[in-house]
Design a protein around this ligand. Sequence first.
Ligand code: PRP
Ligand code: URA
Length: 211
Amino acid sequence: MNHPNLQVVDHPLILHKLSYLRARTTPTKEFKELVDEIAMLMVFEATRDLVTEEVEIQTPLEKTTARRIRGKKLVLVPILRAGLGMVEGVLSLIPGARVGHVGLYRDEESLEPVEYYFKIPPQPKGRDFLVLDPMLATGGSASAAVAGLKRRGATSIRFLCLVAAPEGVDRMYRDHPDVPVLTAALDRELNDHGYIMPGLGDAGDRLFGTR
Ligand code: PRP
Ligand code: URA
């Protein structure tokens, strides 16, 4: 199936870093650094269509016009826990971004997401939201996070992950065809436990050393 909602950001630097991220021997500290670095490299593509406006500025030599991003500040929305690992990387390029949080975990049997926390800035309409989660597996968590944002009034949403399964991309297209999905890699499939193959294992556990 083709994925009209999907953009694979496969820059050589990203591919290189992803190879270390996937490797089982990569220790927690390095894993966290790689997640941040890849997220940062992906920000260029994830923000490519932000709208700019002309402003007048004074250089040391004369007045001129330049362009700045228009509108309210972008909102990053990491899906807890693993999405937290991408926040610093994105903020290093967009330091003025606001950060909301969506708490979801996958029920290990049903694989369905369970919401336990939701906090975003007021007046979501007219803001650009960038939802962050390293893994898009069944798509249940991403779809629920986006639905939660829409219920609260958000209209401009993008989803940024590092590794996606075709099943998750399809689910996002079915549930939210208006939401672009950007990933560093589109993997082969999900296994019977909902893990992405070949994937990188459990992103939250590898980020926070909980396994
Ligand atoms: C992982 C991952 C995503 C979700 C993806 O989180 O970070 O949020 O699974 O799976 P899905 O596409 O099938 O919903 P997990 O539920 O393991 O929680 P954690 O981040 O707290 O480890
Ligand atoms: N969540 C993860 O952390 N890894 C997977 O492979 C699937 C879901």
